[in-house]
Ligand binder design. Structure first.
Ligand SMILES: *Cc1c(COP(=O)(O)O)cnc(C)c1O
Length: 361
């Protein structure tokens, strides 16, 4: 349920359709305008478009409501992640999972090169997180992890982080607010690659941060806003409009994709060409270790016709990729692992295509 001011709480599906719209007045447009402007006439609330834009406001209202906080849109997921990592003091200590999104991993390595400390804990090692938090400045979490699909006990780790006053950030891209709302578990910041499920159509690159609507949350939010304004990684209004349009259908897309992912995970477990299925039990991503090693995994990707062999995830089209193609991918990820981002095509077409591709490999 999403609580809107002075009204009954709405189901998420209903909120997604109605939020971020212009007020209903006679003759008003049903959609927010794409505000293409770099500046505004003097003496208004915002004077320059690197600082604010009405199209951003509409998207931020929708995503903020969905996560239960205050949202900011950024130029990309990495723009949002950079802003969140700017909360770490120079030379400070970050506690993070030993496998993270590879861009995050590279930024954490840069933090170490600059004299900072990163303590890496296996995503499922709750006691390891609790111990590491004692000396942390910032906790970074991603659950499930990408692409190993390890699930962290977010409630336990975030509760301890909160007790110790350690700033916590959760990359919620894979779960989406439909599966997990980290602010309600005590997280300080949620980051999203809006590029993925929230937009959902593989046509924009965009990011977001969300903070709690509390004194502490608003304070952190001001620091993130300042980072966005001064470092300048701001979103184009057209991209934000497309993301808001994509967001309207998030629940139906995610529901279909998740149901298909569950079915594929079940069938793949018995496939002769699959050594292991990695699936978090919910969501629309799963990974498989392909029998026959790296070469067989590559051949399977090349043999798909319905599945798109490409990087990224969360679009309406199903995507498959061998993650270790990327030199920056963690060595913890097996060379024969394929990440499957399940889209909204018919599950029988997805199964038939995957089955033939794996057998051809
Ligand atoms: C893609 C992704 C990112 C990076 O987002 P961009 O929009 O590509 O900058 C960060 N975290 C996760 C989990 C992702 O999947």
């Amino acid at each position: 349920m999403v609580r809107e001011e002075s009204s009954q709480p709405l189901h998420v599906d209903t909120f997604l359709v109605g939020s971020g719209r212009p007020e209903r007045s006679p003759g008003a447009s049903v959609n927010v305008a794409v505000e293409l402007t770099s500046t505004y006439a003097a003496d208004g609330a915002v004077n320059y478009a690197r600082v604010g834009n009405p199209t951003w406001n509409a998207f931020e209202e929708a995503l903020g409501g969905l996560e239960g906080g205050l949202a900011l849109v950024h130029a990309s997921g990495m723009g949002a992640i950079s802003a969140a990592l700017s909360l770490v003091p120079p030379g400070g200590t970050v506690v993070a999972p030993d496998t993270t999104y590879n861009g995050t991993g590279d930024l954490l390595a840069a933090h170490e090169e600059a004299g900072g400390t990163v303590v890496r804990v296996h995503a499922t090692d709750t006691p390891g997180f609790l111990a590491a938090l004692e000396s942390a400045d910032l906790l970074w979490l991603e659950s499930p992890t990408n692409p190993l699909m390890d699930v962290t006990e977010l409630d336990v780790v975030l509760a301890r982080s909160r007790e110790l006053g350690v700033t916590s950030v959760v990359d919620n891209t894979l779960s989406t607010p439909l599966l997990c709302r980290p602010l309600s578990l005590g997280a300080d910041v949620v980051v999203h690659s809006v590029t993925k499920y929230l937009s959902g159509h593989s046509d924009v690159v965009l990011g977001a941060t969300v903070v709690a609507d509390s004194e502490r949350g608003r304070g952190i939010g001001e620091r993130l806003r300042r980072h966005r304004t001064l470092h300048g990684a701001i979103a184009g209004p057209m991209e934000v409009y497309l993301a808001l349009r994509g967001l309207r259908t998030l629940s139906v897309r995610f529901e279909r994709a998740s149901a298909s992912a569950a079915e594929l995970a079940r069938r793949l477990a018995d496939h002769p060409s699959v050594e292991r299925v990695r699936y978090a039990g919910a969501g629309a991503i799963l990974s498989i270790d392909v029998a026959g090693g790296e070469a067989a995994a590559e051949r399977a990707c090349a043999a798909t016709r319905v599945w798109l062999h490409s990087t990224s995830l969360g679009g309406v089209e199903s995507q498959v990729e061998r993650r270790r193609r990327h030199p920056s991918e963690s060595c913890e990820v097996p060379v024969n692992l394929l990440r499957l981002s399940v889209g909204i095509e018919h599950v029988e077409d997805l199964w038939a295509d995957l089955d033939q591709a794996l057998r051809a490999a």
